[in-house]
Design a protein around this ligand. Sequence first.
Ligand code: NDP
Length: 244
Amino acid sequence: MEINFAGKRALVTGAGKGIGHDTAKMLVKCGADVIALSRTQSDLDSLRQEVPQIQTVCVDLNSMEETRKVVSGLGDIHLLINNAAVSMLEPFTEVTEEAFDLSFSVNVKAALFLSQIVAKGMIARGNGGSIVNISSQASQSALKDHTVYCCTKAALDMLGRMMALELGPHKIRVNTVNPTVVMTDMGKIGWSDPVKAKEMLDKIPLGRFSEVDEVVNAIVFLLSDKASMIHGVTLPVDGGYLAT
Ligand code: NDP
């Protein structure tokens, strides 16, 4: 299936590492002009070395003021991937306000207000757009020590449905991807312990974690016109975890 984003500008958050990094590269391969946003300049520098045509912006999404300023100046965006997130694991009785505030700020608040800025531009231009939010199986399944993370992802799932409801009439499609564990830096925080990993693997009917490119393929498909009637979904990329 050929997907071609020629003439489209895409903004990918959290593009310094992991899923966001590989999504940015795949979008370039599919012909998009890509803006990679992340927090660590050295990650963006190495991405630029790999793919020189990528534009990079170094922003901490935890600062709404900085985010607004930078994103408002980026010009037309046709494709948006809200991918950046943090995962801070704590048992429920030890959950801190710091983890709660930072996680909701980056995983939910930034996605909402960044989408608001981008959607206003799409509405003003009148020719629609496509947005994909990266959630998790954790939005729909309680995982030990993941209280705050699970709650942010549940909120993100609903944010995607609200955006679908209100942006659909403007020809802006909004969908959500819900991966299982992927062994990126974030995945390693939660699942490097082989005992914990086995417990999770035993609950995944396909018996393995996801590869990064399996998530990227789902994102690119949902962004593309091949998914032109798919709107407001939460798509598990989880080997069947949420089906059980
Ligand atoms: P990584 O931790 O590997 O990469 C996350 C990227 O987001 C990094 O480049 C990071 O930058 C950036 N980022 C984090 N906080 C901020 C911030 N405040 N401002 C700007 N950029 C920021 O994560 P993954 O690639 O694994 O995860 C990508 C998405 O997939 C996330 O939404 C995650 O919740 C979701 N997901 C991941 C799963 C997994 O097992 N890996 C499973 C299910 C969902 P820096 O490193 O500089 O902080």
